[in-house]
Design a protein around this ligand. Structure first.
Ligand code: HGY
Ligand code: MN
Ligand code: MN
Length: 420
């Protein structure tokens, strides 16, 4: 049944979606993508993809957290569907591939099957999940976590962004507060094609990656409070400066990594530091900062997190500030289904594509779906060291087509499998 996807059509669909929320990135002079979850741009992107789904003959439903599903009938309507998808929300400084390749790639698989007049035994579902990035409402894989029951819907609804706008209100404002229940139906399998977002596959001159799983992730939000004062007249020994404490935490992250106590794969990032009032001649009274630590082994990440929290208390005492932290995201390392990984490798081999196993450094909706059904991912290499969460993100049309052709093979193989 193996057909090929239409690479030109896939590239055109990535470019078209990439124009929604496009912005001129001052730092690089490049055109980036900014479609933060449930923003007006996200709403426009959603409507665009829904229209594409309907044009491909899919029956579209929207659930109560704004996850969108496009269903294609199978020969056996009662058989458990095979789902493929990802996300179309982005960070504020994105490229046009992160997440979108998985959604538009799955849609391209449907179009290729339509062209070939092939109806699979099992229904197919193309999906995009809400707020995968966590960049606006503070926790990643929000939509897929609600869909598999890890995050209760009401807790998700109550999450708010920096301006105090809630998930529920913003979903409603873009017209995607759906009424379908968030509990996922039984699925036969879930597949996700995604850019690697790192340098490994390109450096190894690989065509695709067989993703074995995702590393463990932990996010903290820190609120550090001190005492605002005049920057010129206040002696250093009379200060309670939360900015100094935040800087010490940031250097601590690097020390933990360099200590070697957690091996050589601990990754630590302070992505956000907000100083209030944020004026050149005022000692800040409050700093909000974030910590993102990751490691392939959850047990090691737990040790690193415990040591970090101990240091928080010591730094706060020494800087005479108060430091509170809230764990805003926490997912263990997970492994994808051996059966799916084998199908990805088999398709790559049959297509003469160079491939290797790889652990995902980034979180993905697939890690949530992996709790619900056999799940797996196909990675696509990226140029420029696979840079991502950056307008320079780029995978060539061939790299994208190779990944989506493998997605086509694996989806159709699974969709022909016997069983419920
Ligand atoms: O943060 C991540 O790993 C993903 O891009 N949401
Ligand atoms: Mn992504
Ligand atoms: Mn991302």
């Amino acid at each position: 049944m193996s057909t090929h996807i239409n690479s030109e059509r896939l590239t055109a669909s990535l470019d078209a979606l990439g124009r929604i929320g496009a912005y001129l990135d001052e730092a690089s002079g490049l055109t980036g993508v900014r479609r933060l979850a449930f923003s007006a741009e996200d709403g426009e992107g959603r409507r665009h993809v829904v229209a594409e789904m309907k044009a491909a003959g899919l029956e579209v439903t929207v659930d109560r957290i704004g996850n969108v599903f496009g269903r294609r009938a199978g020969r056996e309507p009662g058989a458990r569907p095979v789902m493929a998808g990802s996300h179309i929300d982005s960070v504020a400084t994105a490229g046009r591939f992160d997440g979108c390749l998985g959604v538009l790639g799955a849609l391209e698989v449907v179009k290729a099957l339509n062209d070939a007049k092939v109806t699979t035994r099992r229904p197919l579902v193309v999906a995009f999940f809400s707020e995968e990035e966590g960049a606006r409402f503070g926790t990643d894989m929000l939509g897929s976590a609600v869909a598999v029951g890890r995050i209760p819907l009401e807790r998700a609804y109550a999450l708010s962004d920096r301006d105090g706008k809630t998930v529920r209100a913003e979903l409603e404002s873009i017209g995607f507060l759906g009424d379908a229940p968030t509990e996922l139906p039984k699925l036969h399998a879930y597949l996700e094609c995604h850019v690697e977002q790192g340098p490994l596959l390109r450096a190894a001159n690989m065509d695709v990656g067989v993703v074995t799983g995702v590393q463990a992730i932990c996010w903290h939000e820190l609120v550090i409070s001190g005492r605002s004062a005049h920057a010129g007249t206040t002696p250093m020994n009379l200060r309670a400066d939360p900015g100094m404490a935040a800087s010490r935490v940031q250097l601590l992250l690097r020390d933990l990594v360099r200590s070697g106590r957690f091996g050589d794969q601990l990754r630590a990032t302070m992505g956000v530091t907000q100083f209030f009032p944020g004026l050149v001649n005022v000692v800040p009274n409050r700093v909000v900062a974030t910590v993102d630590i990751r490691h392939p082994d959850d047990a090691v990440l737990r040790l690193a997190e415990a040591e970090l929290v101990e240091h928080y208390a010591r730094i706060a005492a020494e800087e005479k500030v108060t430091l509170t932290h809230r764990q805003t995201a926490r997912t263990p390392d997970i492994s994808f289904a051996q059966k799916v990984r084998a199908l990805v490798a088999k398709s790559a081999s049959a297509r003469g594509l160079k491939h290797q196993d790889i652990v995902s450094g980034a979180g993905h909706d697939c890690q949530e779906l992996a709790k619900h059904c056999p799940a797996g991912m196909v990675f696509v290499p990226g140029e420029y060291d696979g840079i991502s969460h950056n307008p320079r993100e780029f995978s060539t049309p061939k790299q994208c087509a190779d990944g989506v052709n493998v997605l086509l093979d694996v989806v159709t193989a699974l969709a022909e499998e016997e069983g419920p």
